[in-house]
Design a protein around this ligand. Structure first.
Ligand SMILES: [Zn+2]
Ligand SMILES: [Zn+2]
Length: 368
């Protein structure tokens, strides 16, 4: 909650006057007041949140600090450190950055802003220690035919995970822990800049308050490791662009020992050179020769299912005519689409003298 945008909470623009803020707060406070909403925990929580927002935004000094933090991007707009390769990008919507997940913010170092925020506004809040991480959203490109009939696509997700060697403590196995000299075990140190001093997580112990006699060599004492997680994502049949699936518990963890979050996979279907789609129907175009169109033929047509079907093209078929191949479309929810084949008659660009003569004779025969 600490990283929720106060202006958004009160429903005012950040240019709002003190009067507008007061009005907006009063209106919301009346609406969510516990007296008006007995036994409503959601309202109680909201009331608390808007009260907190008001207490900061109605105090010019606190508001100035808050605005400065906000300009630095403290309350949203960070990309998570997780980023997939070979399949789009990952983000955590509105993620509250846990302390052990670094974020790069210049002078603030790689620490969670929730802590800096807490120290400024005296709330002493900490990110959830046990809750599961926010879901990570990943966009994955799917080949047209895989999306049509279903299948699996590989995805590589680069993410931080707690170090396998030390389990996230940053201590070499067997090391003894002692109070951090830098912060005397408080886990925070004062940090002053630009006229205001804040407490920030101690860089020596990364906010833990203790330091090991020997740092974990696998992660240099950070407690986390970058891993490339390979995941085979199942693509349901008749998947469309924008279709999402949730991979439970396959995402990164919030912190050492925390529960792994989910991955929200959003599919983007790639176009195909031969097939296109319209709901459950598949469309394609096949070329036939002039004589095939005039005399009739049987064409072999590829289906999206990987098979070939025979298509009877009658004599006298016009270019652009569509043929329906029943049941060769996509299948979803017990419904089956068709394949619609458009024939395109290719006119020969060059004729031999004999062919020219033959066509002249043909043209003569058509007269009258
Ligand atoms: Zn380690
Ligand atoms: Zn320390």
């Amino acid at each position: 909650m600490a990283t929720q945008d106060f202006y958004a909470l009160l429903g005012v623009p950040d240019s709002a006057s003190p009067d507008d803020i007061k009005k907006a707060y009063r209106k919301l406070a009346k609406q969510h007041h516990p007296d008006a909403n007995p036994n409503n925990p959601a309202s109680a929580e909201k009331f608390k949140a808007i009260s907190e927002a008001n207490s900061v935004l109605s105090d010019p000094e606190k508001k100035a600090k808050y605005d400065q933090m906000r300009r630095l991007g403290a309350f949203g707009g960070f990309g998570a450190r997780t980023s997939p390769s070979g399949g789009g990008r990952a983000r955590r919507p509105g993620a509250q950055q846990p302390m052990d997940e670094g974020i790069d913010l210049g002078d603030f170092g790689s620490f969670g802003l929730g802590d800096i925020f807490s120290s400024i506004f005296g709330k002493g809040r900490r990110p959830e220690e046990s809750g599961a991480a926010e879901p990570v959203e990943v966009s994955v490109a799917v080949p047209f035919r895989t999306a049509a009939v279903g299948g699996k696509v590989p995805m590589t997700l680069a993410m931080s995970d707690s170090c396998a060697t030390c389990g996230g403590t940053g201590a070499e196995p067997g090391a003894t822990m002692s109070t951090c000299d830098e912060c005397k075990g408080r886990g925070t140190i004062a940090f002053g800049q630009g006229g205001f001093a804040v407490q920030r997580p101690c860089p020596a112990c990364r906010g833990r308050g203790t330091t090991p006699s020997a740092r974990c060599t696998a992660c240099s004492g950070i407690g986390e490791q970058r891993t490339q997680k390979q995941i085979l994502v199942t693509v349901p049949p008749a998947t469309e662009s924008g279709t999402r699936v949730r991979l439970k518990g396959q995402g990164p963890k919030t912190r050492a020992g925390g529960q792994a979050g989910d991955i929200l996979v959003s599919f983007t279907v790639e176009p195909d050179a031969f097939f296109s789609r319209d709901g459950l129907n598949i469309h394609c175009k096949i070329p036939i020769s002039l004589s095939q169109a005039m005399l009739g033929t049987t064409a072999q047509v590829n289906t999206v299912h990987g098979s070939k079907v025979k298509l009877k093209i009658p004599a006298g078929t016009q270019s652009g005519r569509k043929f329906r191949v029943k049941g060769q479309g996509l299948e979803k929810g017990g419904q089956k689409g068709d394949q619609l084949v458009t024939v395109q008659v290719k006119i020969p660009e060059k004729l031999t003298p004999e062919q020219t003569e033959a066509f002249k004779a043909f043209a003569d025969s058509m007269k009258g």
